[in-house]
Design a protein around this ligand. Structure first.
Ligand code: BTN
Length: 251
């Protein structure tokens, strides 16, 4: 662990290397009292975790790999999707400072045009009908220029802009935004947050190609519900609703 820079608005744990910042922060919270919004950031993960049991590739010292802890006991378990919304909005808003064409691919990937720049993995601990703890793990491709894993469409901020952005600078800007969004959530502004999320969506307009268990189809996004379901309207005007993993975007 190293001392933390004072420009960051949250308690920071800097790690040279760990297996996974999600695993690290989760175990730390199991062992001791960790302040809300504490953020563990690593220069390298030797076993980074992605969605659907995948691994997360990131070259040493190139990217931003971090996890944040929330104790959102004021959020009902069935409304947990709002955490995905504030985390993804904080990142998208900050990336917008650098250039256009960033969007949020439902439920919580960040895309630039048709390529993925950031993945988010949120693990919630539920107690009764509330969320007692939530750990949001975020991987943003910043300065990596070659991707070796079979991830289909990665891109980094450097590839997009040509700029060398220091990962910890970006982290501190994102955490300022995340803190603000979290305060809005505590103040009961979930509907406003949902509207921002809807407006930031990848493919928010127009007919696009998707596939589900019945095959491929053309559809447009109608809305994302508070519980996180994606509602599509197909070519025949029929609304179809999907939970995470039940529909694929064909790119
Ligand atoms: C995805 O598959 O899209 C989610 C990827 C999440 C990766 C981040 S990197 C920091 C944190 N620690 C992990 O092990 N995973 C998340």
């Amino acid at each position: 662990m190293m001392p933390f820079p004072n420009s960051c608005p949250v308690p920071l744990i800097l790690l040279k290397e760990t297996d996974s910042t999600n695993r690290y922060l989760n175990d730390l919270c199991d062992k001791e009292c960790v302040n809300e919004l504490t953020t563990a950031v690593a220069n390298f993960q030797n076993s980074g975790r992605g969605q659907r049991g995948n691994s997360w590739e990131s070259e040493k010292d190139k990217n931003l790999l971090f996890s944040v802890v929330f104790y959102p006991s004021f959020i009902e378990a069935r409304k947990q999707f709002v955490l995905s919304q504030i985390v993804s909005l904080s990142i998208k808003d900050e990336l917008d400072v650098y250039c256009e064409h960033f969007s949020i691919k439902w439920p919580n990937d960040i895309y630039w045009k048709e390529k993925k720049i950031c993945g988010i993995l949120i693990v919630n601990n539920l107690t009764d009908s509330c969320i007692s703890r939530s750990i949001a793990g975020i991987g943003i491709n910043i300065n990596q220029e070659e991707f070796l894993s079979p991830a289909p469409n990665p891109v980094s901020l450097k590839q997009i802009t040509g700029l060398d952005v220091p990962p910890l600078h970006l982290l501190s800007c994102i955490m300022k935004r995340m803190k603000r969004y979290y305060t809005l959530l505590q103040e009961g502004k979930a509907e406003w947050i949902a509207a921002q999320y809807q407006n930031a969506l990848f493919r928010k307009q127009g007919m696009h190609r998707y596939s589900d268990e019945h095959g491929t189809f053309l559809a447009e996004i109608v809305r994302v519900e508070a519980e996180g379901k994606l509602i599509l309207r197909d070519e025949n005007g029929k609304e179809r609703d999907y939970a995470f993993k039940e529909v694929q975007y064909l790119l």
